[in-house]
Design a protein around this ligand. Structure first.
Ligand code: SF4
Length: 375
């Protein structure tokens, strides 16, 4: 298959759904975690949950980098940008994420120089265009986006652009999965492996999940048929009592990953000893920092960073949702105090956040059904 339409073909989808029903049987309740926020959105957007048998439960994982960033890091980044000659540059996804004193967009409304960029190299361009200002790029993302940050820093160094720095919040996926598996309140049978991250890291880093934890994992694409095929592959493994890593997304994900991207990351970054994740707490060796060769372009070394630690509002249950212990609508604030218009947690505003996915698709669907029943 070559085109997106073929991955949405109704006949093939119903065949895959039938195969899933046959393989799943009815006896055992199976809990599969989709690690990636992109998968969560596909599940709700295409209504995949509704065509799965009741005994297959999809658990949303921590694979939304904006969602797992604790509020203190947002406050730290914004505190640097309080300085009058600093431009705060970030992806659009970050703009409405709440810090304790408001989101970047709210700071912009109060006069801070906040710009949306579509790539780190856009931020570097901004620095070249504004030589009398300092541009700080608020870098965020898993291994998917870290290589482009690294390449941009290499270019800044090669060109000697000194009014540019990166506030690095890149995190790594494997320690997060390990933390989920170590969590005593979580029982999982299998993993739908992240598609985007795997384009960079490949499939080999997941082998420990299969070997040590005896959990099958299938790296999956994002179209409805991709995800259903991945579930079929997981069910075959579970039925045969196997636990191995398989790659459903071969058309995009190379088994060994992208060596050039990994080399760029190794040139610029090193592992932090530990990093705080929203909901998961401190996880050792789970994030990247800029190494000494690039210290001049490291915002954390160039500026005084307060290292703010902030606990989420008491009633917010972002942590439980991120760990998959609660479904988004089970948070006490969902759809009431916390909405896309007035978000309390990042999960409600990020394009990969599970609360946003649930609100945009399931919640609206339920509202439409109740409106139609009144009409
Ligand atoms: S509804 Fe809001 S407060 Fe509750 S988990 Fe989602 S983002 Fe967090």
């Amino acid at each position: 298959m070559r085109f997106v339409d073929e991955f949405r073909e109704p006949e093939l989808i119903s065949k895959a759904a039938e195969e899933i029903r046959r393989l799943a049987g009815t006896e055992r309740h199976l809990r599969m975690m989709e690690v990636c926020g992109g998968h969560t959105h596909a599940i709700y957007r295409f209504g995949l949950k509704d065509i799965l048998p009741e005994n297959i439960e999809l658990i949303h994982g921590p694979g939304c980098p904006v969602c797992v960033l604790p509020m203190g890091r947002i406050d730290d980044g914004l505190s640097i940008a309080q300085q009058s000659d600093v431009i705060f540059a970030a992806f659009g996804d970050m703009m409405r994420v709440p810090g304790t004193q408001g989101s970047p967009l709210e700071h912009k409304a109060r006069g801070m120089d906040v710009r949306i960029v579509y790539s780190p190299s856009d931020a570097l361009k901004l620095a070249r265009l504004n030589p009398d200002k300092h541009v700080m790029f608020f870098a965020i993302g898993f291994e998917t986006t870290a290589p482009s940050t690294a390449l941009t820093m290499m270019r800044a160094k090669a060109e000697g652009v000194r009014n540019f720095s990166v506030f690095c919040n890149h995190v790594t996926i494997i320690p997060a999965i390990r933390a989920i598996l170590d969590s005593p309140d979580m029982r999982l049978d299998a993993f739908i492996g992240p598609g985007h991250v795997s384009t960079v890291i490949g499939c080999r880093p997941y082998e420990w999940i299969a070997q040590n934890e005896r959990k099958p994992i299938v790296v999956s694409g994002f179209e409805p048929l991709d995800m259903l095929q991945s579930i079929v592959m997981l069910l075959h493994q579970l039925k045969a009592g196997e636990a191995k890593v398989e790659n459903q997304y071969k058309r995009v994900v190379p088994w060994e990953g992208n060596r050039a991207a990994l080399r760029a990351m190794a040139e610029v970054f090193e592992l932090r000893p530990y990093f705080e994740w929203r909901g998961l707490g401190f996880i050792s060796q789970s994030a990247l920092r800029i190494n000494d060769k690039y210290a001049e372009w490291d915002a954390e070394q160039r500026f005084a960073v307060p290292g703010i630690r902030v606990t989420d509002p008491k009633a917010a249950q972002c942590g439980e949702v991120l760990k998959g212990v609660l479904k988004p609508h089970q948070c006490k604030l969902f759809g009431r105090e916390c909405t896309p218009e007035h978000p309390i947690g990042a999960l409600m505003v990020s394009s990969e956040g599970s609360c946003a996915a649930y609100h945009n698709y399931e919640h609206r669907k339920a509202a439409m059904v109740s409106l139609n029943s009144v009409a």
